[in-house]
Design a protein around this ligand. Structure first.
Ligand code: CP3
Length: 356
């Protein structure tokens, strides 16, 4: 471990928390739960605070990013905060023209498609990460014994936005590039790995007790393409934080066929989307790695009885793994009633962990 002695993971605040225990493969008596996109549009207090401030600007104002991170922790009694930021923040901090267009997602001023485009990518100045460090430090001060999870986008998912210049469904641009211009792709993926790795490292050093790599769109890749063209860059991003010793989580959607390969980039926990039951994910992974997931976000607006039965099923399947951290199978949909999320947390905390 290279963390400072007053880091929350080192000074006794978070090392024995339910989240970190489960990430380390133990079964704590209280099953930890947090939600991807728990901070955001489902919360009226978020919408109010964000009024008049653009998304990426709110991420770079430490007081605002910190407050938004804390909102869902106060409201829902979840077992972790996830730092409020975005996977394209490192691009912005490097000086790339990128914005989050409401209802659309990340949009770049100019897509990155040629060898010349890739060669011209700016190198991020380490000092640019200071607002991130400041926001994390403010946040962990408030969180006490509740761990903060830092995150970054995996190189494929980040590069997909860079090549397409905006969100796309099938990610044709990057998938063509890795075969048609493999050298250019490699350089781009490595650039994204270094930017994401530096972003994650800044969060961990400033106080995050775990790190999650989001390869949200990896599910569009074949296993062969993932292994040959993507896994090495994801490993490169994580290599930049391994010496910190914090538990590392890897998550993507549509990745049922990629779980083993995603684990092999070197992580401690696998996130599973809603498509694959956790007992089957556990079987595919060999039964020796903690799992996180995978309540179907679509059921958050179903009648309570339907949702409750589903949550119970997810927990029972999760109990087949060495340890289970409850979460959704993807992010909280904006139309979710926050009271439903609070009730789901209560339900999860009320159900004993089997096999302790
Ligand atoms: O609570 C949390 O999970 C922490 C905050 C967080 C955000 N983005 C805030 C955000 C995290 C972890 C992310 C990661 C992220 N960003 C991913 C990976 C996770 C995933 O969902 O798969 C991806 C693919 C992005 C890119 C991105 N940013 C998209 C697709 C969007 C949605 C666009 C829209 O308006 O529907 C964003 C914007 C974004 N990032 C919002 C939030 C709260 C919504 C912006 C708003 O409030 O207007």
């Amino acid at each position: 471990m290279t963390l400072s002695q007053n880091h929350p993971l080192m000074d006794g605040r978070t090392a024995n928390s339910p989240l970190i225990s489960a990430y380390r493969g133990q079964k704590p008596s209280r099953r930890p739960v947090w939600f991807m996109r728990q901070a955001g549009r489902s919360l009226p207090e978020y919408r109010k605070l964000r009024e008049g401030t653009e998304m990426l600007e709110s991420c770079l104002r430490p007081d605002m990013a910190s407050e938004i991170t804390l909102q869902p922790v106060r409201r829902h009694d979840v077992d972790a905060g996830i730092f409020f930021s975005d996977i394209v923040i490192p691009l912005k901090l490097a000086g790339i023209d990128v914005d989050i267009v409401p209802g659309v997602g990340p949009v770049l001023g100019a897509p990155v498609r040629t060898a010349a485009d890739v060669r011209a990518l700016p190198k991020m100045d380490d000092a640019a990460l200071d607002p991130i460090r400041e926001a994390v430090a403010m946040t962990v001060e408030q969180l006490g014994n509740t761990p903060l999870i830092g995150f970054a986008g995996a190189p494929f998912t980040v590069a997909a936005y860079m090549v397409e210049g905006r969100p796309s469904r099938d990610h044709m641009g990057p998938r063509t590039m890795m075969h048609a211009q493999p050298g250019v792709w490699e350089e781009l993926a490595n650039w994204a790995a270094d930017a994401s790795g530096a972003f994650l490292r800044a969060q961990i050093e400033a106080g995050a007790s775990a790190g999650q790599l989001f390869d949200s769109w990896a599910g569009s890749l074949s296993l062969g393409d993932y292994t040959n063209f993507v896994a090495p860059a994801s490993a490169r991003a994580l290599d930049l934080v391994r010496d910190t010793g914090v538990p590392l989580v890897h998550f993507g959607t549509g990745t049922s066929e990629l779980l083993g390969a995603m684990r092999n980039v070197g992580v401690d926990v696998m996130g599973v989307d809603y498509r694959l039951p956790l007992d089957e994910a556990n079987r595919r992974l060999g039964g020796d790695i903690p799992l996180q997931g995978n309540i179907d976000p679509a059921l958050l607006t179903a009648p309570w009885e339907v949702l409750e039965a589903h949550v119970r099923e997810v927990l029972a399947a999760g109990d087949t793994a060495p340890a289970h951290v409850a979460n959704l199978g993807h992010g909280v949909p904006p139309e979710t009633n926050p009271e439903t999320l609070t009730r789901v947390v209560e339900l999860i905390h009320s159900i004993p962990v089997a096999g302790r």
